[in-house]
Design a binder for this molecule. Structure first.
Ligand code: AVJ
Length: 337
């Protein structure tokens, strides 16, 4: 893979990090697991399936906004003048959603340097291969990093204006405070005038009922349930835990106080789960009672005012924003102040 960031060894999630995260979350009350644990190979595949579900409007709606406005987004990002953009993408994964924007960048400037950032070296290898096969004018520089924790390892290319992409409602997994620190980290790597394109899901409104929101996280085919339960399967495999998946069920709920969808795994019996000793600490026995749940994800939903406040808290000003005609999803272009 071209231009891989220098790293001592792969930064792909280590079983140590999984052990530490599971220990911390599962021994807390209420119990929780961090959503990054979802994305092992099976989980990533299930998430891809989620993005194609009839109930999961987010991905196709954001794609529709890009399809309708990509040229304008790129023009605005380049301040309408002759500035050349380099695109960086946080949590790029396999970069399947980025094609429309890269194509618009190519129409504008003929060639473009694209810097996908992700913790998964494997996902980046796929991204790099896909992009280079489909967009010969794009130079891919993969950057392996955990952007939630580390400073972004960006190449500041002389003379180029940076457009940072944080799309797909990924910001929705973070509490308001964590979302602000994350965007401040991004801002610290940008120069005044550089741009950020942020994709956010919107909360319930006249156009979107709570039922629509909930269905996106509790689909009829059970794909989201399988995605949620897969985290237990992962802990069984990676940590030697003995979670019985039949003892838990998928729960999605709307929390209006925090404006977020929550996903939980709810135990329906009295039972114990064992996790053998590992590098993160001694063996654990967890006693679950009926109705007790593990909180596995928050997915925050925004209003235009909340998006503006969040961006402002990280020193960005809104340049322009776009929504689909049904006002389900927002794409916001912001300028680094
Ligand atoms: C990848 C965080 C945007 O919150 O909608 C999908 C993950 N969880 N279905 C989201 C997810 C359940 C997704 N994000």
């Amino acid at each position: 893979m071209p231009f891989l960031a220098a790293s001592p060894e792969t930064l792909d999630i280590t079983s140590n990090a999984i052990a530490a995260e599971a220990r911390k979350g599962l021994t807390a009350h209420p119990r929780s697991l961090s959503p990054w644990l979802f994305y092992d190979e099976a989980g990533s595949r299930l998430f891809e399936q989620i993005t194609e579900l009839p109930e999961y409007y987010l991905t196709r709606t954001e794609r529709g906004i890009f399809a309708a406005h990509a040229d304008e987004i790129l023009e605005q990002a380049a301040n309408g003048d002759k500035q050349t953009l380099t695109l960086i993408e946080l949590g790029a994964g396999t970069a399947t959603k980025t094609g429309i924007l890269l194509a618009a960048a190519l129409r504008r400037q003929g060639s473009v340097v694209y810097q996908p950032v992700d913790v998964s070296e494997t996902a980046l290898a796929v991204a790099s291969e896909n992009i280079q096969a489909n967009f010969p004018g794009v130079t891919v520089r993969c950057q392996v990093a955990d952007y939630t924790r580390d400073p972004l390892p960006l190449d500041r290319l002389p003379g180029l204006r940076t457009l940072a992409l944080y799309i797909g409602s990924s910001i929705g997994n973070f509490s308001p405070a964590d979302a602000t620190s994350l965007l401040r980290n991004v801002r610290s790597q940008l120069l005044p005038g550089d741009k950020l394109l942020l994709g956010t899901d919107l909360g319930p409104s006249a156009n979107k009922s709570e039922a629509t929101l909930l269905a996106a996280y509790d689909d009829a085919a059970g794909t989201t349930a399988a995605f949620n339960l897969n985290v237990l399967h992962r802990l069984n495999r990676d940590l030697g835990a003995d979670f019985d998946l039949d003892s838990f069920s998928h729960k999605a709920l709307w929390n209006p106080v925090h404006s977020r969808i929550e996903m939980h795994l709810e135990s329906h019996t009295h039972h114990r789960v064992h996790i053998p000793a590992n590098a993160a600490g001694p063996a654990l026995t967890l006693a679950f009672s009926p109705g007790e749940s593990i909180h596995t994800e928050n997915s925050y939903k925004f209003t235009p005012a909340r998006i503006a406040a969040l961006l402002q808290s990280a020193n960005f000003n809104i340049a322009k924003s776009w929504q689909d005609t049904n006002h389900l999803f927002a794409v916001t272009l912001a300028t680094a102040v």
